[in-house]
Structure formats: C-alpha cells, structure tokens
Design a protein around this ligand. Structure first.
Ligand code: ADP
Ligand code: MG
Length: 248
C-alpha cells in the first residue's frame, strides 16, 4: 500500500456522479500525476484528501491513517501541504511574513495568539522562512509585498509556504496554470528539486509537458473513473487516453 491510498471512493453531487469506484496508490517518494479532461473529477478527488469534501463511500488513508472526517486545518499537522488552483497568499503582507505564518501554524495550533510575540522573539523561524525563500529563488524579494508579485513568483511563494511546514506529501492542483513557458520550465525544475528531497507529490496538471517531465506514475481520470494508471511511457499513445481527451 502506498503512503496515500484511495480505495473504492464514490462521490455524488446531487444526481451527478463525480467520482465512481476510484482507486489510487501513491508510492512514497514518487511524483504521481492525475490527468484527465475538464470535469473529470480531479479537483473533487484532491478535495477528498484534505477534508474539503467527504466521499460518500470508500476509504482514503495517508501513512496508514484515515483521512475521512479530517478537517482542512488538521491537514498540515499530519504532514500534507497543498497548493491551490489559484494562489492563496496573504496579498498585503511581505513575502517573509507569508512564509513565517505557516511555519507557526504548523508548530503551534494557537498561532494567531502567539504569532507576533514569537516573531519578535524567535530568530529561528525567520531564518528558516528566509532559507525557504532562498530555495524558491525569492530571497531578494523577502521584504516586498506579496500581492505585487508576478503570477509565477506567487506560485513560488506558495511553494515556500508549503515547504516551511516540512510536509511528507505535497498536493499541487495545476501548479503551472496560466504561466508562460519560461515560468513553467522554472517551476518544473523547482518541483524536481523538491521531489529529490524525498517529498511525495500528487500533481494535477493539464500541461502534458509538465506531466511527462515530472511524473513517475500517471492516473488518467475520465468522467469520475480511473481509466488507466501507468508509467508515462505507456500513457503516451494509449488509445483509451486519447479517446478520453478527444471524446471529453
Ligand atoms: P476537474 O477538476 O477534473 O476539472 P471537478 O472535480 O472540478 O473536475 O468536477 C467534476 C464534476 O463534478 C464536474 O461535473 C463538476 O461540475 C462537478 N462538481 C464539482 N464540484 C461540485 C460541487 N461542489 N457541486 C456540484 N457539482 C460539482
Ligand atoms: Mg479542477
């Protein structure tokens, strides 16, 4: 069984079957991509990993712990970090503040009360946040306001906010959406570096260049079902996959 394991998950929205008998095993230390046409159920599945949605039936486990009934705020505590489809950053704060906040949230559930006192007292957190900004190439902009960053830089900032929590599993929903090619390639390189540290990744992505550059394993979702799960070389040219995209 993988570090993240999905067994026979079903999810309906009213009469719509968004996920149907979905199985998925993500091996520790690998990059597992989930691809599929629009409306296939990719985001719905990801939401079932982080407590935003509850499957109607089936099981989802992370490191042998059930994720059913977990609340979104508990996810970080157990080692899962998530990058959203649209960047979720504190637009009015500096980059360094943006990275310090999740560091406290991870360490201290009561961070709202203690945060600023701790910021004043604890150099360690500042240094750690700074190191993360360096890792993603944003250390020179640490004191800039996050809202003013380019789209690519906002993505990098979000990754730093994830990495500072030292996650075991990183979930990425379309990490290169809306990026120009140069930014996309930079993001691929950065995600490869993160993967080399041993962090397991689940990536939802439309851009096949990104998928084939990063993924060890690919699951193809179509109309709420996993139609193929295989290594990238075997996904290319698979008639079922081509049909799902053309027919989708
Ligand atoms: P993907 O991310 O693969 O594009 P989604 O998981 O967002 O697909 O959506 C899968 C299906 O479920 C779509 O038909 C979508 O319209 C529907 N859906 C997603 N979220 C909801 C919701 N909260 N309520 C009703 N229908 C939803
Ligand atoms: Mg989606």
């Amino acid at each position: 069984m993988g570090i993240l394991s999905v067994k026979d998950v079903n999810k309906n929205f009213g009469g719509l079957r968004a996920l149907s008998h979905v199985n998925l095993d993500v091996e520790e230390g690998t990059v597992h991509a989930i691809i599929g046409p629009n409306g296939a159920g990719k985001s719905t599945l990801l939401n079932c990993f982080v407590g935003r949605l509850e499957p109607d039936s089936g099981s989802v486990t992370f490191a042998d712990r059930s994720l059913l009934g977990i609340r979104p705020y508990q996810i970080n505590q157990i080692g899962i970090a998530r990058v959203f489809q649209t960047p979720e950053i504190f637009a009015d704060l500096t980059l360094i503040d943006n990275v310090m906040i999740p560091a406290f949230a991870k360490r201290d559930g009561d961070f709202k009360v203690n945060m600023w006192r701790s910021v004043a007292n604890e150099r360690g957190v500042h240094d750690k946040a700074m190191a993360m900004l360096e890792d993603v190439g944003l250390d020179m902009k640490a004191d800039q306001i996050a809202g003013q960053l380019s789209r690519g830089d906002k993505r990098r900032l979000e990754l730093a906010m994830c990495l500072v929590q030292e996650p075991k599993l990183l979930l990425l929903d379309e990490p290169t959406a809306g990026m120009a090619r140069a930014d996309t390639n930079n993001t691929i390189d950065l995600l490869k570096q993160i993967s080399r540290r041993g962090i397991t990744m689940v990536v939802i992505e439309h851009d096949m260049h990104v998928v084939f550059s990063l993924a060890d394993k690919i699951s193809v979702l179509a109309q709420g079902t996993v139609i193929v799960e295989d290594v990238p070389e075997k996904i290319k040219g698979n008639p079922k996959v081509q049909e799902a995209y053309l027919g989708g």
